[in-house]
Ligand binder design. Structure first.
Ligand SMILES: [Cu+2]
Length: 162
């Protein structure tokens, strides 16, 4: 004769199940938020890769690719070295930021976003939605040599045209 399980055991099992599901969902969200290397690229042959086209590239309305190569000691988005490092993006844009390093380890830190470690040979990709007009300063967050402090870039999110 089998004994019916007590209702408390059933409730306990349900609670355990819910807790485990919530934990798994939390871990999945954390993993999704953490930028991970997406593919590899030969740092010596960046001009034969997708990184031959740098900067902000529109892909569809409100969607852009922003390709940046970090190098000692600037973030190269196709600008000349002495031009002001400013990228203008319209409000309500979804930007797929794609980065790599040409030389040493760098890191790209946008205020309010997890910093992205940029490793030579690895392609890092992250999708960022810019909904509010704002000015962001991007900095290198990994000490990469004497002019590390100069690795800065300004992102200007401009108000949408009425
Ligand atoms: Cu640095």
């Amino acid at each position: 004769m089998s004994k019916k399980p007590s209702p408390w055991i059933i409730i306990l099992c349900l609670l355990c199940g819910i807790t485990i599901s919530l934990l798994l969902a939390f871990v999945a969200v954390q993993i999704a938020r953490t930028p991970s290397p997406n593919g590899t690229v030969d740092p010596m042959r960046l001009n034969q890769s997708e990184f031959r086209q740098l900067g902000l590239i529109p892909t569809s309305p409100h969607h852009y690719i922003l390709r940046i190569v970090a190098k000692e000691w600037f973030f190269d988005f196709g600008q000349t070295r002495d031009a002001p490092a400013i990228i203008t993006i319209p409000q309500h844009s979804t930007v797929t930021l794609i980065t790599t390093s040409m030389d040493v380890l760098h890191s790209l830190k946008i205020t309010g976003q997890p910093s992205i470690t940029i490793i030579p040979g690895k392609i890092q990709q992250q999708i960022i939605v810019f909904d509010t007009p704002q000015i962001y300063t991007i900095q290198c967050g990994a000490y990469c040599g004497p002019k590390h402090n100069q690795m800065q870039l300004t992102l200007v999110i401009t108000p949408a045209q009425e």
